[in-house]
Design a protein around this ligand. Sequence first.
Ligand code: KIV
Ligand code: ZN
Length: 521
Amino acid sequence: MSKQNKNNKEKLVIFDTTLRDGEQSPGASMTKEEKVRIAKQLEKLQVDVLEAGFPAASEGDFEAVKAVASAVEDVTVCGLARALENDIVKAGEAINPANSGRIHTFIATSPIHMEMKLRMTPDQVVERAVWAVKRARDFTDNVEFSPEDAGRSDIDFLCRVIEAVIDAGATTINIPDTVGYNIPEQFGELFHQLLTRIPNSDKAIFSAHCHNDLGLATANSLAAVKAGARQVECTINGLGERAGNTALEEVVMAVRTRQDYFDVDTRINTREILATSRLVSNITGFMVQPNKAIVGANAFAHESGIHQDGVLKHRETYEIMRAQDVGWHDNKMVLGKHSGRSAFKARLKELGIELETEEALNDAFRRFKELADRKHEIYDEDLQALITDANNQRVENDYYRLVALEVGTGTGERPHAKVTLWINGQEQTAEAEGGGVVDATFKTIEKIVDSGASLELYSVSNVTNGTDSIGETTVRLEKGGRIVNGQGSDTDIVLASAKAYINALNKLVDEDEKAHPQAHL
Ligand code: KIV
Ligand code: ZN
């Protein structure tokens, strides 16, 4: 089933599930618009398949998958479905607008899941799996089947189910280590056994889907690839519930860097990795740790004198990858106060940022000029943050808008804030004190709106070095089981924080936004 790449390597299909398994991470829920933005970036990154959600989970998830399916062209859009009629129909309808669509259906095969969760016998599970694949084929020829908790399933039973679903028309067989229990050698051996023992295994692509509970998700996925897997399911930054999923950037760069070892390659445009990582972390509020492989702030920083000396003499003494190849660039000044509209537009183009309308370009340029008044040197990272903020703060339909913010603090003085909000057509002002100016700002906003939400997370990160850097802030609010993330950025982090808080409040009042889909799985 596998194809040859132009460099004579077999193709490794990259299946990104940031928008589905990644979103199941508590607190990482995304709006439809946010999913579309990430999906477009994943298309630029050139993933082969993107799993956009679980359409039967909620109306919001259904609409989000449909919107993603309509928004991208050069990537297969996948919808997840349990082996149930309604799930499969919803997934089929949601992926319908896609140029290329896939249904991913699953049922558990481990003794503990079959007995305790499904309360089904192994025979019933085989029968349901076969039915589900056939039903999914009514909507698309591209059907993936997963025996959930395969990592703890009996191998003879796995062989039986998989042979049956391939006969029923499954074109991809995904092997999930659902609870992150496997060890690389063992997981590789599982693939070897499945590929050699199942008589029709050559009729499907085998895929690895690993969770990171023991910190082994990438190692397990690579062991599977070495044993013959030709698809890896992964997420940006390893996002996912509990300890997360396999990190896309790690698998892709391991395979790319060790072409001497792997017989496969991907079509990923690695230069888009960092921008994708930043977008996902900004939208979800899940920060990347500084020492995270590939995308962490220190991933390419050489602190020790010995290393610096070596790298200066010959880069490869201590570097196995080039930082530029994954999207890092020197913090060079690209634009300044006097740069004109065409220079601005040209730089955005070089960064692969396309603004859809003239109005959006004008708005972005106005923001750029404002920023240039406050910040002497504007870097690529600033431009990316500025566009992200413009996307986050599309105010036309917002219920709450920030009109004015004033804060005060000093030695021996209680930090305080004064905020004016525009609420559905009327202005309201309040003042409050707090532990610090950010705390005072949030308390003042709450004094006005009285949302009843609880603050679950507040984080700030700087996009470049220096105290004049743009700070990107995330505010996570929870109310009645609904979790939303708000974002804001500015060189003034108090203002950025206020924007993020108000952005989160607007998402809470948006009745159309879905509840977190995790509850339905
Ligand atoms: O981890 C898992 O088992 C899953 C399945 C739905 C494939 O995410
Ligand atoms: Zn999973």
